[in-house]
Design a protein around this ligand. Structure first.
Ligand SMILES: [Zn+2]
Length: 194
């Protein structure tokens, strides 16, 4: 049975706070979303993962039309692209976590699978990670670039910006994000050393 909305909101707030407290989400730039009864609940613009409240989610449909007065995160389009392209996805998290961002600066990465498989866990949890070329955050150019890559990989790293990860629910997306950030950290620490 589908979880109640209250449970999903509680889970979302736990995930957000956990990421914030361990430095994987900073300031007000992170955003997350989940589906409930065919509606998208996404953190509102300007919210902080460290202090997120149940009434700080904007509610929209798959085309971005708003059901409430809260303004959704300006990165809403990335979330909607994932939900449209991947019907089994129930939640999306986007942060600017340090090691994933650092790794995106490495030259000549494989665009359809950019994080090396030094340990097996990212492949087990997610699969491939596509590298999306840099475009200004929140711009139509970024959304267009993301749309071009969304079908080709299981998760995504926005170059010089941060990861976008899907999950069947928010807990699963959280585990995937943790694994991507750890894998990027291992790859970064091992670069030029093997
Ligand atoms: Zn961002």
């Amino acid at each position: 049975m589908d979880e109640t909305l209250e449970k999903k909101l509680d889970g979302a707030i736990w995930v957000a706070r956990s990421l914030f407290e361990r430095g994987k989400a900073t300031g007000s730039v992170a955003n997350l979303s989940f589906l409930h009864e065919n509606k998208v609940y996404i953190t509102a613009s300007g919210t902080c993962f460290g202090t997120l409240q149940p009434n700080e989610f904007a509610i929209v449909d798959m085309d971005g039309n708003q059901y409430d007065k809260l303004r959704p995160s300006k990165e809403l389009s990335l979330h909607l692209s994932v939900f449209k392209a991947k019907p089994d996805v129930g939640a999306v998290i986007h942060v600017h976590s340090t090691y994933s961002v650092l790794w995106s600066f490495v030259p000549d990465l494989n665009e359809s699978d950019c994080i090396p498989e030094h340990t097996p866990y990212l492949k087990m949890q997610l699969g491939t990670v596509g590298l999306v070329p840099y475009e200004h955050p929140g711009s139509q150019a970024l959304f267009d670039a993301f749309d071009k890559h969304v079908e080709n990989s299981d998760g995504w790293l926005l170059s010089h910006h941060g990861p976008v990860v899907p999950g069947k629910d928010l807990k699963n997306a959280f585990f995937v994000l943790e694994e991507m950030e750890e894998s990027a950290r291992i790859a970064w620490e091992l670069r030029n050393r093997l």
